[in-house]
Design a binder for this molecule. Sequence first.
Ligand code: PLP
Length: 693
Amino acid sequence: MKKKILIFGGTGTLGSNFIINSQEKYNLVCNFHKTKIFFDKVKYIKILDKKFDLLKIENKIKSINPNIIINFAALTDIDYCEKYPTVSKNINLIIPKILSKICKKLKIKFIHTSTDQFYKIDKKFKNEKDKTSNLNIYAKHKLAAEKIILKNSKENVVIRTNFFGHSLYKNKSINKLIEKIKFREKLYLFDDYYFTPIYSFELVEIIKKIIEKKICGLFNVVGNDRISKYEFTKKIANLYNISNPNFEVSNLKEGKLFAKRNKDLSLSNEKIKKLLKIKIPSIDEQLKKFTEYDTYVKTKKLSQIPYGKHTINHQDINFVKKILKSKNLTQGDFIKETEIKIANYVGSKYAVAVSSATAGLHLSYMALGISERKRVVTSPITFLSTSNAALYCGSMPLFSDIEKENLNLSTEKLEDLIKKNKDISCITPVHFAGLSKNMREINYLKKKYKLKIVEDAAHALGAKYECGSMVGSCKYSDLCVFSFHPVKIIAGGEGGVITTNSDLLYKKLTSLRTHGVIQDSTKFKNKAIAFTNNQINNWYYEMNDLGYHYRQTDIHSALIYSQMNRINYFLNRRKKIADYYDDYFKNIKYLDLYQKGFREFSSNHLYIINMKFNRKLSRNYLMNELNKRNIFTQVHYIPLPLQWYYKKLGYKMKGLENSFEYYKNCLSLPIYTDLSINKQNYIIDCLEEIITN
Ligand SMILES: Cc1ncc(COP(=O)(O)O)c(C=O)c1O
């Protein structure tokens, strides 16, 4: 079984480098600390808070039950520690003290990283037995921590080191130094300040050996080469081929640093080398490795967590490859196959593949004859496409308010509006976030007022009406439009499909998506050039209407076909993720949920929380803080009448109070097939941490 290791300081250079090179080998849990760095395989749990409540920390550690705790956390800016001793004490002494005390009680091995800053003596390559002293505040706290840790258990390990490594932050440690050298920033470098640096990955390998060989005690784990800070920086400039760096040689005395320092920090690594029977590469070899690993490290960092994302597998790739190798990239056989697959899935007579849902909405309105005097009514809480498609037809869309809980059109308000506007000829309900509500009632209005219905089901492939029929079966509508944009339920790159049970609409749609060209030769009007001796001319095609080029390519279609094979899996995953959030959020006071009782009907395209934002906690602040932690949320949507273009057309939010209230408080959290439970816990933890602090 993998060893379980609990890490503190997992976001710093050494901690994150340890994670990068051991996340496969060990079962890693990391104390959650506000930061951007996050690894997919690590479980993040908030263990420490500002109060250092011993019992709470102990209970959390107990529940994690690690074999080993490693503390990489340290405040290493020596001058800062000198100026702010309390901060230094908390991080460099109190935290390791508490952790090692708990480790002692719970019989957990404790590994702690320390420093080379302890010496007054003028000796090169100091060993573990050489006399130490409290040269400065930093040294004082680190030394006190070492003593406690080593006293608490013979099993414990203290590692004195001085390392260089890749920081996952651009502006930290050596990354910052490299930037400065590259930009020829003036650097004052001491040629009388010596150390024995080790490359962090080398150090990580040694720590792993220390763990495997179960050794314990105090060790210097440093490089072989004693080198001045000036020489070291010069080597880095050479490695990156930076000519004429702006260096000025200086010395410690001239540096006038705030905290006292010993000129020679060099340590001897003989003890650890002998014990582990290892060789440590020279500084040049280590620096070479460092540059080689530069990109490798970046790829190991957490991928960002977007609010929505596609999932592609080998089958998808093979389907697309097949098309790429075939004779037709577009207008081949695949379109038909995908249309049949979708029609069968939703239970409609026809499906018409188009280049996007926006195109699908436009064609639907065209097929229904929407025009200046035939208006569409829809929800203001939707993407631009729903109403823009009406504008394309020269029709000014109308907006009707939503219901507070389920965020779909309110039928009462809809009927009021229909009564007042005799030119309404089409209702476009938006199955918002994947939920379709009130379709039976809307269908009742359709019949009562002799209207048409186009469902905007861009979010809702796989969703069900309340009666249990599939959205897309057109049980209550004339036409239904889905989107295959990558954040949607299935990804086609771009793409959309219109479903219908009407023969007439089907024919119109297939013609309109290809410039208004018709296929049926019995309908050709321009007989003079269509036929020769009653035979159709080979080259002939006829445009009967002004249509558009809204076809789907076979490449997109193949991807959609392949993704359709896994739609049930996608839907199950989304439902699980929504349920998990629901379960966690149900007892949280500061946060309300929408559409909560309807997850089983929904495709769960979006997961939206109601935050009741205010001045103290604004949406911008929350989104920014989440962004910093690599979590990307979104607002779905800005009500359409508030869009500048619509404002200019004279639209207002009057009568749309529920929509406005919703807009002020909503935030969409990440939800997509591959969102792991680890990431979901991380999102929840981050949200809680930001909101409660
Ligand atoms: C509600 C709604 N309708 C229509 C669309 C348009 O979809 P597409 O990008 O496929 O044109 C979207 C896209 O996000 C949408 O959210």
